[in-house]
Design a protein around this ligand. Structure first.
Ligand SMILES: [Zn+2]
Length: 106
């Protein structure tokens, strides 16, 4: 487990799969130096906001901006936010892992 409670195996698979933010598509960075913007810093995301769901389908990497904007909102509600509108983030534009998760929920 890493310090976010994600098993090592899932962590390494997701790190390789999500090299860009699953929401807005920016290239993720692993660290930023002091004074640099944290916007593109990769963060761990539970697509469905439930920390107990630790699966390849629910764990993803997204940028700090998207993570901060999404917070604990439901995805479908978040897609309607000003942030998503201004960035053109929609169910069609996000990574397949997010889209599949949403489609499964109906
Ligand atoms: Zn993003």
């Amino acid at each position: 487990m890493n310090r976010w409670g994600i098993p090592k195996q899932i962590e390494s698979i997701v790190r390789q799969r999500d090299i860009v933010c699953v929401y807005c598509g920016v290239e993720l960075v692993d660290s930023v130096t002091k004074g640099q913007s944290r916007a593109r810093l990769g963060t761990w995301e539970h697509i469905i906001n439930d920390a107990r769901i630790v699966t390849l389908e629910n764990i993803a990497r997204c940028c700090c901006s998207c993570n901060a904007s999404k917070g604990s909102k439901d995805l479908s509600r978040w897609f309607g936010s000003d942030y998503c509108r201004s960035k053109g983030i929609t169910i069609e534009s996000v990574a397949p892992v997010v889209r599949n998760r949403l489609l499964k929920l109906g």
